[in-house]
Design a protein around this ligand. Structure first.
Ligand code: PLP
Length: 225
């Protein structure tokens, strides 16, 4: 199968899941996760109409951004965030999904260049109660939201989650539902959030069933890594 037909398959799956779970058509955005894949693969997806791309590793992403300078791509950083990388990320990305604490958010705000619009931001929440997983605890979310909303160079958009892998559809849905419900309860801060960065290649239906507005898909588009 070609990259274009895999991309079209994923689009079809998203539209089908929207229909199956009473989500208005077009409310779930596709983020193509291109980590470890060459700029040429991104260019192919772009030519097929894809505009949002996600990367996990700063240096690798910057090299591809240079090669793809002529393309109007919206770049999302979705990988683990180290303090010594925040400056480059604040300078070269449109979105960051993997912010785990207020300290990193403050750095991103301070380092976001004035000539760029505010950096779109999602807070990563650990919803599987696995100590090894990244993300803040659900109990911290409300307070971190309030603090991030005070930061001038950031635009708090929502939450991101990577639940522990699970085969059963009903079980895939549970952690997403917990987080979705928790966001509704944050109050005024929560109402400003419009992005639920939920779902990967193996659980996009469950994520869309539970309110995802953006699915992050790598393997199903670009093949295995
Ligand atoms: C790699 C990655 C994805 C894409 O995963 P696939 O299973 O290849 O679709 C999504 N989100 C994050 C945070 C990732 O690191």
């Amino acid at each position: 199968m070609t990259l274009t037909s895999r991309l079209n398959n994923v689009r079809q799956q998203i539209r089908q899941a929207e229909a199956d779970f009473n989500r208005p058509s077009g409310t779930v955005e596709l983020l193509a996760v291109s980590k470890t894949k060459p700029a040429s693969a991104i260019a192919l997806a772009y030519q097929a109409g894809q505009r949002h791309f996600g990367e996990n590793y700063c240096q690798e992403a910057l090299a591809k951004q240079q090669q793809l300078g002529a393309y109007a791509i919206c770049w999302h950083f979705i990988g683990p965030l180290q303090s010594n990388k925040t400056k480059l990320i604040a300078q070269h990305f449109d979105w960051v999904h993997s912010v785990e604490n207020i300290k990193i958010a403050k750095r991103l705000s301070e380092q976001r260049p004035d000539c760029l619009p505010p950096l779109n931001l999602c807070l990563q929440v650990n919803i599987s109660d696995e100590p090894s997983k990244s993300g803040m605890a659900l109990s911290e979310l409300g307070e971190v939201c309030r603090q991030v909303m005070e930061l001038p160079r950031l635009k708090l958009r929502g939450v991101m989650a990577i639940p522990a892998p699970e085969q059963d559809f009903a079980k895939q849905r549970l952690p997403y539902r917990r987080l979705y419900d928790a966001v509704q309860q944050i109050g005024e801060g929560g109402a400003a959030l419009d992005t639920f960065s939920f779902g990967m290649s193996d659980d996009l239906q469950a994520a869309i069933a539970e309110g995802s507005t953006l699915v992050r898909i790598g393997t199903a588009i670009f093949g295995s890594r």
